[in-house]
Design a protein around this ligand. Structure first.
Ligand code: SF4
Ligand code: SF4
Length: 265
């Protein structure tokens, strides 16, 4: 058996996840030793797209027809597809809930007309899973080095990694932080994926949810909890929206419709 063949790709996003892979400076040679890297444009222009891949890591949301075309090609030739970073896993801030105005109306407000951007026709930004099967995810905005290396190590052994299914609050408690909610600060720890080590609350800053919503978030209870702390529904919705992504955006739209009888925005 040869080395597992991998490719690292980027769709619409800031490229921060690919950059953080490159930032694994001490471990980079090991990564290149364990895997046969067939495509990683941020690291090298030399690439070979002609061979099937064992693992493809894809960052960025699907925001254009070109993104979608590329994603489908990568999916087709890869045994395992891993979505890395908030944009790929949830849709990114570009997919946040923005009220009930249709996406294309907002697009035209920014660009003036529907076909203003000519590189590739735009699509409403969505995560990879909206279009293709995703085998594993690594959230984060951007991803962190340690969870990436752990995931790469498991994949090298043929194991498909699974993310922890507990929220930031768990990591926060392990660090013995005083809860910010009890001090009257807004914090999305209870409904946010763990993995960052509760870095913000550890510095007395409320979580804004950049690791994305936990799988079984009880977001109605989360909203009620923050409202009970004195925050207005609009302020809570704003905080929930930033890193909520496509799926939470849909949930928020239904929730707002049910409590306000119309949209918020
Ligand atoms: S500070 Fe935030 S993350 Fe920490 S326990 Fe409280 S709500 Fe959870
Ligand atoms: S915003 Fe929340 S999820 Fe993001 S790094 Fe801070 S504590 Fe972690």
């Amino acid at each position: 058996m040869g080395k597992p063949k991998i490719g690292i790709y980027g769709l619409t996003g800031c490229a921060g996840d690919q950059l953080n892979i490159l930032n694994c400076e001490d471990e980079l040679l090991k990564i290149f030793d364990i895997f046969e890297v067939k495509s990683f444009v941020m690291a090298s222009r030399a690439k070979d797209e002609s061979v099937p891949l064992d693992v493809a890591f894809v960052e960025g949301s699907v925001s254009t027809e070109k993104d979608l075309e590329e994603l489908k090609k990568v999916r087709e030739k890869s045994r395992i597809l891993v979505a890395i970073g908030h944009c790929a896993v949830f849709g990114g801030v570009q997919s946040m809930y923005m009220g009930c105005e249709a996406w294309m109306e907002r697009y035209k407000k920014v660009y003036g007309k529907e076909d203003a951007v000519t590189i590739s026709p735009p699509l409403e930004p969505r995560p990879l899973s909206a279009y293709v099967k995703v085998d594993a995810v690594l959230p984060g905005c951007p991803i962190e080095k340690e969870p990436f290396l752990k995931m790469a190590g498991l994949l090298a052994q043929g194991v498909i990694p699974k993310n922890p299914d507990y929220p930031v609050c768990a990591e926060c408690k392990w660090k013995e932080n005083e809860c910010l909610l009890l001090k009257g600060e807004m914090c999305l720890g209870p409904i946010t994926n763990s993995g960052c080590g509760a870095i913000c609350p550890s510095h007395n800053i409320g979580c804004i949810g950049c690791w994305g919503p936990i799988e079984e978030e009880n977001f109605a209870a989360g909203i009620a909890l923050l409202e009970s702390k004195g925050y207005t529904l609009d302020a809570v919705i704003k905080r929930f929206s930033i890193f909520g992504g496509t799926e939470r955006g849909e949930k928020l739209a239904k929730y707002i419709e049910s409590v306000k009888g119309g949209c918020n925005g």
